[in-house]
Ligand binder design. Structure first.
Ligand SMILES: Cc1ncc(COP(=O)(O)O)c(C=O)c1O
Length: 427
């Protein structure tokens, strides 16, 4: 309930969210939910909300949407999808998914432990284990649930959990659920990590270090060999989130292990099927005893239905293509390099070791207006606003695909130059 001295929430499009968030703990649910709804509607009315764009066709280098501003059906160039290898609309992947749909129907109605374990899932576990050079693998409904599982299941009170401060939200959400204390170290900060291992390792029973291979927002690569060396030195488990590395890193797109020539040397590699594998689902690969333990002790696995066979078949098909046509990985890398170079030529510094290119928004530019300008120019670009990233690091996360053409990339680069020069996007 509101306390009697609470002032009613007042907001405008620009400061509203911060105010609503800062007051959220002091007002009742109805007040904060209606305030947020009004704030969001005001942003929509001011052409400053591009969330929930309605897509009405497949997810390729182009995508068809129903434009909520004009009601028109439009085709846009897609630079906001993690469909990195461009396989979401691939005819072979579609065909394999349809075959499985015909053979198995739409779903299984239960978790793998009971009635949801199919031949497709067993074979996919084997292929994912082989992809990561691991003994075994487990398949989850999402990558998010995979991270929840790893942190709620593996560490116990009395263990040391050290996480990169910039790790994906799923890990931190899992830590809240797990209720185990954890510490963070500076993003890719080896010195900080070692200092904390020196200080805390000896008091702990087991220790776990969590890092992302390619960071989801910065697209920078963690120094995995050095982190692994520290883990060996201080007898700690290394758990790498390879969501943005699988299908992207290494000559054959096998991910972090292939890139660093460390296959089988990382205790657990997790990843997702929602990016390069163009679908949905998650996995963890590692030693057979840890995978068996996860299968019986991780609650997000136990208490959630298995992925539908059509999804598993689609992922199998993506793996077939990765094996048969590894040039897709190189195409993606070439596209990333082309965009980074093109931006540099416009005086915009950036870098990327993954499949997306971060485009930081200069302080004088309003990110929502810039997003709308891109939208008007026919480019589907995702604004990443505070509080998802710090205010001074607001950005567009340009997701590239192996299937983007040079013409697409030139259109993108030209549009960025045009939008950055517009008076209408200035604060
Ligand atoms: C680094 C990282 N880990 C985990 C996830 C969760 O993956 P999923 O989309 O399969 O839930 C994501 C997705 O955004 C991610 O970027």
């Amino acid at each position: 309930m509101n306390k009697p001295n609470d002032k009613p929430l007042k907001f405008d499009v620009r400061s509203g969210l911060r105010r609503i968030m800062s007051q959220a703990r002091r007002v009742d649910l109805k007040t904060r939910a209606t305030s947020f709804e009004e704030f969001w509607q005001a942003a929509v009315d001011a052409n400053e909300s591009l969330y929930f764009r309605e897509i009405i066709g497949p997810q390729g280098r182009e995508v068809t949407i129903r434009d909520s501003f004009t009601g028109e059906i439009r085709t846009m160039l897609m630079f906001g999808s993690n469909n990195y290898l461009g396989l979401a609309d691939n005819p072979y992947v579609r065909e394999k998914s349809i075959e499985a749909l015909k053979q198995y129907g739409t779903g299984l109605g239960g978790p793998p432990l009971l009635n949801g374990y199919t031949q497709l899932m067993r074979e996919l576990e084997e292929r994912i284990a082989a992809l990561k050079g691991a003994e075994a693998a487990i398949i989850y409904p999402t990558g998010y649930q995979t991270n929840l599982s790893l942190v709620t299941c593996l560490p116990e009170k009395g263990d040391l959990v050290l996480c990169d401060e910039a790790h994906h939200a799923s890990l931190f959400d899992g830590l809240k659920m797990a209720g185990v204390p954890h510490k963070t170290f500076k993003h890719n900060g080896l010195e900080d990590l070692e200092e904390q291992l020196i200080e805390f390792r000896s008091d702990a029973r087991d220790a776990f270090v969590f890092v992302e291979s390619v960071h989801s927002m910065n697209s920078d690569l963690a120094p995995i060999p050095e982190v692994a060396a520290l883990c060996r030195k201080y007898t700690s488990y290394l758990i790498v989130d390879d969501a943005h590395g699988t299908g992207i890193l290494g000559e054959r797109g096998r991910g972090v292990g292939e890139h660093f020539d460390m296959e089988g040397e990382i205790d657990i590699v997790m990843g997702t099927f929602s990016k390069a594998f163009a679908s949905v689902g998650g996995f963890a690969a590692g030693p057979s005893h840890l995978i068996a333990y996860l299968k019986f002790y991780s609650r997000p696995y136990m208490f959630s239905a298995a992925l539908p066979p059509s999804v598993l078949a689609g992922v199998h098909a993506c793996l077939d293509l990765l094996e048969k046509e590894p040039e897709r990985v190189q195409n993606l890398r070439d596209n990333v390099g082309y965009v980074v170079k093109g931006l540099e030529e416009q005086g915009i510094a950036t870098s990327s070791q993954g499949g997306c290119v971060p485009l930081l928004v200069p302080p004088e530019i309003n990110i929502r207006r810039a997003a709308f300008a891109f939208h008007e120019l026919g480019l589907f670009m995702n604004p990443i606003e505070w509080p998802a990233v710090p205010r001074e690091k607001q950005r567009f996360r340009i997701s590239l695909m192996a299937t983007h053409t040079r013409e697409d990339l030139d259109t993108l680069l030209e549009a960025i130059g045009r939008v950055w020069a517009l008076d209408a996007v200035r604060e």
